[in-house]
Design a protein around this ligand. Structure first.
Ligand code: ADP
Ligand code: 5GP
Length: 203
């Protein structure tokens, strides 16, 4: 069995990556594993510890950095976020076809530097005004946090050339269909299925 597809999903805050990721997980179920990050951010009302994030204090996070337990980590919007190396090992062990990372562009760059076969998807909002409306509508951020996230949006979008795919999340159903198409297209790469072809040739 080939290694799982490592699919990195990034976007400015509020563009819809959590919504799109959840849909993909619902649809692909056991085939897909979601990489649960560690963060020092306080949990939102709707978030479940261990499912959305592993919520830890800054000392614990720093100790994990010192122990080299992260495949990547970064400071984003004033909080620390990191992906444990064990996520990749677990996805392999479980025989998952894909492992999904919801990380910012700094994390995306670190993962790609370590594993060049990883695939990056950047989610774009239809407009900056819609991005702001979505952040406000989500109702999860304090006014300061909302301003900080919105102020960073353009800076994050500037990193789009680093990604393999862009998905504009205007209509949710269409954006989901595009993301779904990317996953399936990547799973059909020749090098992923070459063993199957070679086995037929040996028959
Ligand atoms: P992110 O994870 O990128 O910060 P979310 O997935 O939390 O963004 O989405 C931000 C808000 O926008 C949420 O309230 C979500 O329900 C809403 N949203 C996501 N996609 C769409 C869309 N295509 N059209 C309208 N609202 C959307
Ligand atoms: P939020 O606080 O809205 O959940 O996430 C804020 C930002 O942190 C988003 O851009 C999200 O992709 C990013 N993020 C979440 N987990 C990680 C991680 O493990 N590593 C990095 N580098 N960024 C992360």
């Amino acid at each position: 069995m080939s290694d799982p597809l490592l699919l990195i999903i990034s976007s400015p805050s509020g563009a819809g990556k959590t919504t799109l990721t959840r849909r993909l997980l619902q649809q692909l179920g056991q085939e897909l594993r979601f990489s649960v990050s560690h963060t020092t951010r306080t949990p939102r009302r709707t978030e479940v510890a261990g499912q959305d994030y592993h919520f830890v204090d800054p000392d614990t996070f720093r100790a994990m950095v010192a122990e080299e337990r992260f495949a990547e980590w970064a400071e984003v919007h004033g909080n620390l976020y990191g992906t444990c190396m064990s996520e990749i090992d677990d996805a392999r062990r479980e025989g998952r076809r894909a492992l999904l990372f919801d990380v910012d562009y700094q994390g995306a760059r670190q993962i790609k530097a370590k594993i060049p076969a990883a695939v990056g998807v950047f989610i774009l909002p239809p407009s900056l005004s819609e991005l702001r409306a979505r952040l406000e509508g989500r109702g999860t951020e304090s006014p300061e946090s909302l301003e900080r996230r919105f102020a960073k949006a353009k800076e994050e979008i500037e990193h789009y050339p680093f990604f393999d795919y862009l998905v504009v999340n205007d209509d949710l159903n269409r954006a989901h269909a595009e993301l779904h198409g990317i996953v399936h297209g990547e799973l059909c790469r020749r090098w992923r299925l070459a063993d199957r072809a070679e086995a037929l040739l040996r028959e």
